[in-house]
Design a protein around this ligand. Structure first.
Ligand code: GAL
Length: 337
């Protein structure tokens, strides 16, 4: 059980607290307005987003992105540089040599305002000022979390800007559908015929490579860990999976992206999204964070636009323009086997 008091702090003159959402089917999600983040998600009595006991872990280097809303640009921008409308921009290099997840004080480290709060839904908002983390334009962003009667967690983002800016937003939940233990025996399917190979610094090369015949072929369900120790160059670069998959789009805008099954619990999680990509991250760096026993005990499926899009003219556009209303929806749906 989480003690709400452990999550109450004053940061930048704003109060952080826990907010609990429930549907009438027993799905329960706990959110903190610190980083608009998911702290836990309990389904069939299993917490499939393993929690840290207090805000301190999330505010430190232990779990900065865990469950958080990540922006202004989720994932990497090569060397923190991009050119927009003839201007060169330089962002903080917080993952040398690149910029990662919006920078050292991205959306995930901000206290969001609670716009409204109901039993099964809430809306959080944040104003990211012009120049924050080096990005142009003031962006007003909101995220809504709601639980449906079909045991779906529905996440919807909206954003507006007063100057053109790169914008890519995701939720960075770390899942374990068994609640604990290795994730390597989870079954995983990803609805993607290709992925974006990366260089040694995890920046896409620009190629869209077919998954067929590679360790990246999750087009039919297989064990998540099946190829994780292979010698394939791309796996070695990521130290496991840390790659963006190019989603097949059978339906627009919301389409099936991925399905994972906990081998012990039988819990099934299906992901649907309007985003063109999904990052599979197999917790490759977690061993370096102090507790080796948690290594590969969680994985991420981050719906997103492709990494480094501001520098990749062939990737789907990530520039949010003045007057445009950005909207994007992702659903995580839970069921038994
Ligand atoms: C992922 C990213 C990884 C790693 C992780 C946070 O989204 O792809 O490379 O940075 O976040 O530790």
């Amino acid at each position: 059980m989480l003690d709400p008091k452990n999550f109450e702090r004053t940061i930048n003159d704003k109060q952080t607290r826990l907010l609990v959402l429930k549907n009438d089917k027993g799905l329960e999600v706990t959110i903190s307005n610190y980083g608009a983040r998911i702290i836990s998600l309990v389904f069939n009595d299993v917490n499939v987003i393993p929690s840290f006991p207090s805000l301190d872990a999330y505010a430190s280097a232990i779990a900065p992105y865990h469950g958080a809303t990540v922006g202004r640009y989720a994932n990497r921008i090569a060397k923190g540089k991009f050119t927009l409308n003839g201007e060169d921009y330089s962002l903080a290099i917080n993952n040398p040599p690149n910029h990662l997840h919006g920078g050292p004080v991205g959306f995930y480290r901000q206290v969001w305002d609670v716009e409204n709060e109901f039993q099964n839904s809430l809306v959080l908002s944040y104003i990211s000022e012009d120049g924050e983390e080096g990005y142009p334009g003031t962006v007003k962003v909101s995220v809504s979390y709601s639980l449906s009667a079909k045991n779906e967690l529905v996440i919807e983002y909206t954003a507006r800007t007063n100057a053109a800016t790169p914008f890519n937003i995701t939720n960075h939940a770390y899942f374990n559908l068994n609640g604990e233990g290795t994730i390597l025996n989870h079954q995983l399917q990803i609805n993607a015929d290709s992925f974006t190979p990366v260089d040694k610094t995890l920046i896409p090369t620009g190629e869209l490579k077919k998954v067929q015949g590679t360790a990246f072929d999750f087009t039919t369900s297989k064990r998540l860990g099946e190829h994780i120790t292979t010698d394939e160059e791309q796996i070695k670069i990521g130290g496991g999976y840390d790659h963006n998959f190019v989603l097949n789009k059978e339906e627009e805008p919301l389409s099936f992206a991925a399905k994972a099954i906990g081998d012990k619990s039988g819990i099934v999680m299906e992901v649907f999204t309007e985003e063109p990509g999904i990052q599979l991250f197999s917790g490759n760096f977690e061993a370096t964070k102090g507790d080796a026993s948690t290594y590969r005990n969680t994985f991420c499926l981050e719906t997103q636009h492709f990494p480094d899009s501001p520098n990749q003219p062939t990737f789907p556009n990530t520039i949010l323009e003045v007057g445009e209303i950005f909207t994007s929806k992702t659903i995580y749906k839970f069921s038994g086997l």
